[in-house]
Ligand binder design. Structure first.
Ligand SMILES: NC(=O)c1ccc[n+]([C@@H]2O[C@H](COP(=O)([O-])OP(=O)(O)OC[C@H]3O[C@@H](n4cnc5c(N)ncnc54)[C@H](OP(=O)(O)O)[C@@H]3O)[C@@H](O)[C@H]2O)c1
Length: 324
């Protein structure tokens, strides 16, 4: 097998494409032939030694991928040879094969292409957990999605629409806003050219959004929070826009609103049954056409470094997917 090896976690430049022995699965593991792997934020941090998880060296980055089961370790009963699966195991995806813990593998229904499946778990699980579980978003409510053309943002638009909410999507360019409209957003705001607070007042008749989904943070967080409706829920999902701003705690009081932290990874570990139920719902929604990953482009696995470079440009819409 071949894989991108991180022998020295000093950044993307130090990754090397190497031939390594194909491992055999131990108890509870499966060997997967990888068809596609998507890029997520932690994939960049992990090769720079900046991520909370620090794998033993050398390791193969690539947190999320999809492929076919080629060998099965002892004690694995829910997967069979030749089965198509998606997996989010933290590492291993940027190669031709990997060992994965069987319990983290999601068996794929028919007609679920590997390119979509590789771009599914992280973004859709995060956005479903945030909107449905943490914010208890209801049909008829209004949700503001920030960074709405990004990975978790595009999933959040589709999930909020599937729930029956009104979606206001906010992003930094007209092109990104146009994509959000195509995905079903009821209204869009370009926060590079429009005043977010004024636009939200107009779009919600002065009431503000019931739920704010924020994977961006930075300067946009304060005007977004100040606009929230009475009893609103502000979902803190991530900080793609830079360092965390000190957020004055008076705003939740003034708005009678809640700041709600979202950590899907720990939810999946602490509440595996609830997570499995959620993933089944999402797979059903995929089959019904209610959700579909937005893929900016696919690139051959050999062009991983170019994909990492694109990630840093803020120009990606949806997800980047590497294919073998
Ligand atoms: N809490 C959880 O469980 C969880 C799970 C998954 C991901 N996350 C976090 O969520 C955040 C977004 O993840 P993602 O996969 O959706 O990322 P992404 O696809 O890169 O999207 C992030 C969006 O943030 C906006 N942004 C603003 N300033 C930026 C900057 N300086 N550089 C890059 N993007 C910037 C961009 O939209 P505009 O250009 O339109 O502003 C971009 O589309 C990350 O911080 C990630 O770690 C959290």
């Amino acid at each position: 097998m071949h894989a991108w090896l991180c022998e020295n976690p000093t950044g993307v430049e130090a990754l090397t494409w190497k031939e390594v022995p194909t491992p055999q699965p131990g108890p509870g593991e499966v060997l997967i032939e990888i068809k596609a792997a998507s890029l997520n934020f932690p994939d960049l941090l992990i090769v720079q030694n900046k991520y909370q998880m620090k794998p033993a060296l050398p390791f193969v980055p690539g947190s999320e991928y999809a492929g076919t089961v080629q060998a099965i370790g002892e004690g694995v009963t829910h997967l069979k040879m030749g089965q198509n699966v998606a997996c989010l195991s933290g590492t291993g995806g940027f190669g031709t094969h990997t060992l994965a813990p069987a319990k983290l593998c999601m068996p794929l229904p028919e007609h679920f292409p590997a390119t979509d499946a590789a771009a599914f778990i992280m973004t859709y699980a995060t956005s479903h957990h945030a909107l449905v579980d943490r914010a208890a978003l209801k049909a008829g409510e209004t949700v503001l999605v920030l960074g709405a053309a990004g990975g978790v943002g595009t999933a959040a638009i589709q999930i909020a629409k599937a729930v029956g909410a009104k979606v206001i999507a906010a992003a930094s360019t007209d092109e990104k806003c146009a994509l959000c409209k195509e995905l079903g957003a009821d209204a869009v705001i370009n926060y590079s050219t429009e005043n977010l607070r004024e636009a939200l007042k107009t779009l919600t008749a002065g009431q503000g959004p019931d739920v704010v989904y924020d994977p961006v943070g930075g300067d946009i967080a304060e005007p977004a929070f100040r606009s929230i409706a009475w009893r609103g829920r502000y979902l803190i999902v991530g900080f793609a826009g830079g360092p965390k701003p000190p957020r004055p705690l008076k705003f939740p009081v003034v708005q009678g609103a809640s700041l709600v932290g979202v950590f899907w990874g720990d939810f999946a570990k602490r509440e595996p049954q609830a997570n499995a139920n959620m993933m089944r719902t999402l797979a059903d929604w995929y089959a019904q056409g209610k959700v579909k990953p937005v893929i900016d482009r696919t690139l051959p696995m050999s062009e991983l470094k170019a994909a990492y470079a694109l990630m840093g440009t803020r120009s990606v819409k949806g997800k980047l997917v590497m294919v073998n």
